[in-house]
Structure formats: C-alpha cells, structure tokens
Design a protein around this ligand. Structure first.
Ligand code: KIV
Length: 275
C-alpha cells in the first residue's frame, strides 16, 4: 500500500475557502518533472484527460483509460507536496450510474492518492456528484464546453452563446453546486455567462476560456510553455518558450555526439588514466 505525503498539501476545503478572498491558480500536469516544477506556484494541479491529446497525440479525449489516467495521477502526486491534485474521470467510466462512478473514482483515488475527481456533464450528472460527495469523494464538476461531448456538440465550440443555452449551463452549474461539488470548471462559455455563474454560486468557478471574473483559472501547461505547436487556443497565452529550450538542448547534444565532444572520459566508469 502506498503512503502519500499529506503535509502541506492544499486541501479541497481550502480551495473552497479561497472564493472571494483570492484567485485560484491551476494548471494541468501529466508527468513528474512538470508537476514538480508547477507545485510551488499553483494551488491545484489537474491530471486532465487532455493528456490523451497533449501526451498521446490522440485526436480527442475519448479513448484514454482510467488505468492510464490513474498512473499519470500517481506520478503527479508522488512528485508534488503542496498543490491539491485532482484527476479527470475518463469518458465512459462514470456516466452509466452513480454506483459505477463511485467504484471508478474510488479505485482511481486508491491507485493514485489524488484528493478528488473531475467529471464532465450537466444536471443529468448532479445525482452522481451527490452520490460521490456523500461517500467521501470530492467532485469538481465541468460544464459548458465539455470535450467528452464533442460528438453531440459537433466539435469543440464555445457554448452558451444564446439566452436559452446560457440558462441551461447556469442550471447545470447550480445543480452540481447544490449536489455538493467543491467547484465547477467553466470551459468555453460566453464571458457574461461565466460572470453570472460565478456570482450565483457559493463554490469556486475555475475558468478556461470563460471570464477574468471566475474564482480561478486553469490552462493546459503545454499551452503556456509553447509546447503545443503553432496553434495556441484563443483562451490561452504563452508565458514561456520551453520549446526553444528543448530544441536548442537537443541540437547541442546531437552536435556534441557527432563532433565527439560528448561524452568525455569524465562521463565514463572505470577509466584508466595515464600517469
Ligand atoms: O482535461 C483537461 O485538461 C481539462 C482542463 C483543460 C480543464 O479538462
């Protein structure tokens, strides 16, 4: 059985208490070296199912498995001490019934040591949120643009752009809040709607392509590092150029190998030095 450090880690109740007093900064991470570097800076790390697209070059998030996400989540928990780590429930692993969701969430938590799970879905999943929370599993709901619904939404499109659609998303967020979710991710929705939902809920909203008024923000780390290729989504911003650092290091290494300046005998074992 694994033992997870619980020392100074931000807890779910602490995240909830930040509403109205300070903004929540969150990023995604899938692997230990990145998680280790984010840990000091952010309040929450999400092991998102976006790893399907970002880490595995898959076209969407639909085919990643719970075992794969749990393995990434375990690595992120082991590499961090401070941030609250939350894992995404993958598509197909929780929508059938609250009981299915509980079994899946409990097994991912046991395997990884995360502090809670995120699930995508509107009002229809509020009963699932209640079932999990009442049995000890913190839930972060995700409404608006839900990548797991790409086939019913017809792609990755901004949501809530007319009054009726906006009312439905507000009702979705309220239903999860009433069911006990500790927060709601608002993705790809109209700015006034995100502002309205944030004002209406007592739990924090975490925006991505939503509004500066949200109680917190989350982005995919590879987007802020310039590791997502040429296209940066409208809602993201490049805060650093890790791509240039990696490209240059790889180039310098390859050149050193070809020019025979690396390795030197200093990098070798059992060297017989003359004299
Ligand atoms: O999977 C993910 O990374 C997410 C965030 C972008 C909110 O759901």
């Amino acid at each position: 059985m694994s033992v997870h450090s619980r020392g100074q880690r931000v807890t779910v109740p602490q995240l909830m208490a930040y509403k109205g007093s300070r903004k929540i900064a969150a990023l995604t991470a899938y692997i230990a070296p990145i998680a280790r570097l984010l840990d000091e800076a952010v309040d929450m790390i999400l092991v998102g199912d976006s790893t399907a697209m970002v880490g595995y070059a898959l076209p969407d998030t639909l085919s990643i498995t719970a075992d794969t996400l749990a393995a990434h989540a375990a690595a992120v928990v082991r590499a961090t001490e401070k941030a609250c780590v939350i894992v995404d429930m993958p598509f197909g692993s929780y929508q059938q019934s609250p009981q299915q969701a509980f079994a899946q969430a409990a097994s991912m938590i046991a395997a990884s040591g995360v502090s809670g799970v995120k699930l995508e879905g509107g009002r229809v999943l509020a009963d699932t949120t209640r079932f999990l929370v009442e049995r000890g599993i913190p839930v972060l709901a995700h409404v608006g643009l839900m990548p797991q619904y790409m086939n019913t939404m017809g792609g990755f499109k901004a949501q809530g752009m007319n009054a009726a659609a906006a009312q439905r998303i507000l009702a979705d967020a309220q239903a999860h809040a009433q069911a006990g979710a500790f927060g709601v991710v608002l993705e790809g929705i109209s700015e006034p709607l995100a502002r309205e939902i944030t004002a209406a809920l007592e739990i924090p909203t975490i925006g991505i392509g939503a509004s500066p008024a949200c109680d917190g923000q989350i982005l995919v780390t590879e987007d802020i590092l310039g590791l997502s290729g040429e296209h940066i989504p409208k809602f993201a911003q490049k805060f650093g150029d890790a791509a240039q650092v990696i490209r240059q290091a790889a180039h310098d290494y390859a050149q050193s190998v070809r020019q025979e300046t690396f390795p030197t005998l200093d990098h070798c074992f059992g060297v017989r030095r003359k004299g």
